[in-house]
Structure formats: C-alpha cells, structure tokens
Design a protein around this ligand. Structure first.
Ligand code: PGA
Length: 257
C-alpha cells in the first residue's frame, strides 16, 4: 500500500516571481528531465496569470501538473476579482490549493468556507490540495492533534469516501512556514500518522491508506529526503525552496521511489 500511495512534490510559489522568472524557473526544472515513477507527481501551484503558460510547459511531461493557489467559495456571480473552480477547470487546471494558512490568516477563511471550496472543486473535477496545520500557541499547549482534526472534520468529513480519496492533504505547521524551523521527522511522522488515523476513523483504514498527506513548512533540499522517508509523509508542499531550480529538483529527487 505504502509504495502505491502517490508521492508528491508540490511547489507553492505564493505571490513571487514575474511571468518571465516563472517561465525560466519551469524551464530550468523541466530541463533536468527528472523521470517520475507512476506513483510520483510534481505539481506547480503558480499565480493565476501564469497557469496557462505553466500548463503548456508541463503538457508533455509525465506526471507533472499545475495547480491554482486558491479559488472562491461561490459558484459564480458578482464577486469582482475572484476566480471560480469552474474557471480553473475551463482552462484545464487539475489542482487547487485550498485553505493555506496564509489565506486562513490574512483572508479570514473559515473551515465552513473551505468546505464550500472543496465541494466546488470536486464538482468541477479540480482536485483540492487541502491545507491544515496549527499555530505555535497550539503546538506549545500540546493540543495540535485536536486542532488539526477539527480542521479536517469541519471542511472534509461531509464528503463520501470516494470523494475523499480524490483529495490531497497538506499538513503545514504554521510555526514552520517560512521560518526555517522544520518539524522534526518524529513530529512530522507522529502527526501524519494521527491525521491518517482520524481519516481511518471516519472512512476506514483502506480509504485512509490511499490519501496522500504532504508535509509543508521549511522543506529544503537538505532535509527533504529525511522528512519524505517517514512512512506517513507522502512528499511535501514547498514554498521558499520551490523558487530555486537546483533546490526544487533535489526535493523532487527526494520523493520515495
Ligand atoms: P515554506 O512554505 O516552504 O517557505 O516554509 C511552505 C508553504 O507555505 O506551503
């Protein structure tokens, strides 16, 4: 089962790079011609205006994909400046990051709103990369398990087992994002195993074993292999280090073979 579960290196560019820099970065990474196994994927979550360019860059590459970084929680209508899941689908975008901690924090996204986004993505054949993770105060209080379990329950547990299997989960402790502080491999494995047990409690072990759970938070070329080797860590969602071709290619090479 373990080797069959998808192992994913996902780049989260956030609000970085110009179009030209993004194009060059993709050229440099794809120029390395890293061949992926059937169970491995590389996903580039790029800014909206770069989606079509990025999609055509990866079009001929086996198991390389693009992702949006967000979509709106309503279907369509008078929401100036927003982007719907249907729009993403209409330009052939197969993935969308949902509920990144920066969106929860700076754009007041709630678990209920994220449940709506997840539904709209699934209705439009866009696979959500659903982010969860606790702030430092919660980790210090030792209540991180309850905190992340609530995030999963309130945004995902209305789904059928079939739909849940289509989702990628990214666990990103907020205290590790962009701080250079990575969770230890023990911390990562422990909470990933816990998240999988929460999924198993709701959907059964078989379904839980099929869901990829990525780790995010200061993943670097130097620590990726160690973190990705944890049995319940199925790759990573990578911010800073995904902006440097040499670093991200090393991270891709660190996926479980
Ligand atoms: P980081 O960001 O790798 O720069 O810590 C990860 C993320 O926020 O997805």
């Amino acid at each position: 089962m373990q080797t069959m579960r998808k192992q994913i290196a996902a780049a989260n560019w956030k609000m970085n790079l110009t179009y030209q820099q993004g194009e060059k970065l993709l050229d440099d990474i794809l120029g390395e011609s890293i061949k992926l196994f059937a169970h491995q994927q590389v996903i580039f979550a790029v800014p909206f205006p770069y989606l079509l360019m990025s999609r055509s860059e990866v079009a001929d590459e086996y198991n390389y994909f693009v992702s949006a970084q967000n979509c709106y929680h309503k279907k369509s209508g008078a929401f100036t400046g927003e982007i719907s899941a249907e729009m993403l689908h209409s330009i052939g975008v197969p993935y969308c990051v949902i509920g990144h901690s920066e969106r929860r924090e700076y754009f007041n996204e709630t678990n209920a709103m994220l449940a709506d986004k997840v539904n709209l993505c699934l209705e439009n054949s866009v696979t959500p990369i659903f982010c969860c993770g606790e702030p430092l105060s919660i980790r210090e209080a030792g209540t991180q398990n309850e905190y992340v379990a609530t995030q999963l329950k309130e945004s995902l547990f209305h789904l059928s087992a079939k739909d849940l299997k289509d989702i990628i989960i990214a666990y990103e402790p907020i205290w590790a994002i962009g701080t250079g502080k990575t969770a230890t491999t023990e911390q990562a494995q422990e909470i990933h195993a816990y998240l999988r047990s929460v999924l198993a409690g709701q959907y059964g072990q078989h379904t839980a074993d099929e869901v990829s759970i990525l780790y995010g938070g200061s993943v670097k070329a130097s620590n990726a292999a160690e973190i990705f080797a944890c049995p319940d860590v199925d790759g990573g969602l990578v911010g800073g280090a995904s902006l440097v071709a040499a670093d991200f290619t090393e991270i891709i090479r660190s996926l479980k073979a």
